[in-house]
Design a protein. Structure first.
Lengths: 251, 198
């Protein structure tokens, strides 16, 4: 049982027995890992607030080869994102990011890009100067890139012509398709030009540089619908995010 | 292994449904009861049945009780102007042990947990708001000092603020008997935020 050292973001925490908990952590070096933290829920726990969800922590743990559950030995806080935790909307969006990451079948393999994306999303959410609302949308659009199905919002996947007007998005081909090329039987989704522009801008902007959107609510709604549909088309077993439902409830 | 006695098997399987009890511990408990005096076993069985038959939730504060409303809600000596909001009935017990609080309680029945699908409608929040129209002048938020407890406090703060009541949050920070140098940054930040003039 070799001791391993890494750092990661706590995505989920489930109570175990009287005083312990199981943490799901998205780690830099091992991808998604689950660890048992013994005694972490007792008032006198040496961990204090270290093992709360949404914390970025460094950990030392006993790594068990071919096992799903490892055991935590030591942990220290790197960032506890207190701005997020003192704002209900930011908390809900951060939780939605965690919930989605947990659902992506990324397995026990490091994905340094996804890890960096997670940290930048959290860092941006943790900044009172930044509007939180577009961060989760951008996070999802960048997840498409990292999972290997980056959508093309610029040219028709049929004829290559640059798209300048309302048209359809071909879900399987992963790109826009002009009305001349569109086949009746294709699984597709109609998008306004305003929606396409917003998607382009979310895709090319680094998450830390996002500006609040000036788009109409119908375009924003369509962006959300597109992201939902496209993700489900490409990742099996994605469920609706509970944290997002909560976000809508408190809006 | 399977026991030749059906009753033995049944008892072990029932005990092992309890939280934190595996088959091994269940076996130990059943063997212990086997050697215990019959009247003691009967008294245990009656206590277990009474949990479901006699204990109810107070319809005012949702604390556990055998009378309706509960003893705290009907008490003549408690300060009816202060309501302390807690997550679970266990928390009432813990605060009552201090004997320092003389007001009333409201038990939410949990904390907001967006990741586990626990939303405002799953807690006794609506009932709390209807209670706050009368004699209440102060509300104490005593949810747990973890992410879900904080989220719950933030949510309640937003709901209660327009009622312009005095609203306080119990201090969070260093455990008595602990040492500063071993405290994590969240605990220390909270402790600094909650410091008092002396
Ligand atoms: Zn075309
Ligand atoms: Zn009561």
């Amino acid at each position: 049982m070799p001791l391993q050292k890494t750092d990661g973001l706590i995505l989920r925490s489930i109570p175990l027995g009287e005083t312990s908990k199981i943490l799901t952590i998205y780690s830099k070096d091992f991808g998604k890992v689950s660890v048992i933290a013994k005694g972490a829920r007792s008032a006198r726990s040496r961990y204090g607030g270290t093992l709360e969800i949404l914390n970025h922590i460094s950990i030392i743990f006993y790594y068990k080869e071919n096992r799903d559950l490892h055991s935590l030995s030591q942990a220290e806080i790197i960032d506890s994102y207190l701005v997020i935790k003192e704002d209900l909307h930011r908390t809900a969006l951060a939780m939605a990011i965690c919930e989605l990451t947990n659902q992506l079948e990324v397995g026990q393999e490091a994905n340094p890009l996804l890890f960096r994306l997670l940290l930048s999303a959290f860092k941006t959410l943790d900044d009172t100067e930044r509007q939180p609302v577009n961060i989760f949308r951008a996070f999802q659009i960048h997840v498409f890139d990292l999972m290997g199905f980056r959508p093309d919002f610029f040219n028709c996947t049929g004829c290559g012509k640059k798209i300048e007007t309302t048209c359809s998005f071909d879900l399987m081909a992963g790109g826009l398709i002009c009305d001349d090329c569109l086949d009746q039987g294709t699984a597709s989704m109609r998008l306004y030009m305003e929606t396409i522009k917003m998607l382009r801008s979310l895709q090319k902007t680094h998450i830390s540089k996002l500006q609040p959107s000036a788009e109409s609510s119908s375009a924003v709604q369509q962006v959300d619908e597109f992201v939902r549909v496209y993700l489900r088309y490409h990742v099996d077993g994605i469920r609706d995010l509970k944290a997002l439902r909560f976000y809508d409830e408190i809006e | 292994m399977q026991y030749s006695s059906v009753s033995m098997e049944k008892a072990i399987s029932e005990f092992s449904k309890l939280p934190g009890i595996g088959r091994k511990s269940a076996q130990r408990l059943v063997f212990y009861l086997l050697k215990t005096q019959p009247h003691e076993v009967r008294s245990l069985a009656e206590a277990i049945i009474a949990i479901k038959e006699k204990i109810i939730f107070c319809t005012v504060c949702f604390n556990i009780t055998e009378t309706e409303p509960c003893k705290i809600c009907t008490s003549e000596t408690r300060d009816r102007s202060v309501i302390c909001i807690v997550e679970e009935a266990n928390d009432v017990l813990a605060i009552e042990k201090t004997t320092k609080f003389k007001g009333l309680y409201h038990v939410l029945g949990g904390a907001l947990s967006p990741l586990e699908g626990v939303g405002p409608d799953d807690l006794h929040i609506r009932e709390l708001l209807t209670r706050l129209n009368g004699t209440t002048t102060e509300v104490i938020l005593a949810t747990n000092p973890n992410t879900e407890g904080e989220a719950t406090a933030l949510y309640l703060e937003k709901l209660i603020k327009p009622l312009s009541l005095k609203m306080t949050r119990i201090a969070r920070g260093l455990p008595v008997g602990g040492a500063l140098e071993y405290a994590d940054e969240i605990t220390l930040t909270r402790a600094l935020e909650g410091r008092m003039v002396i």
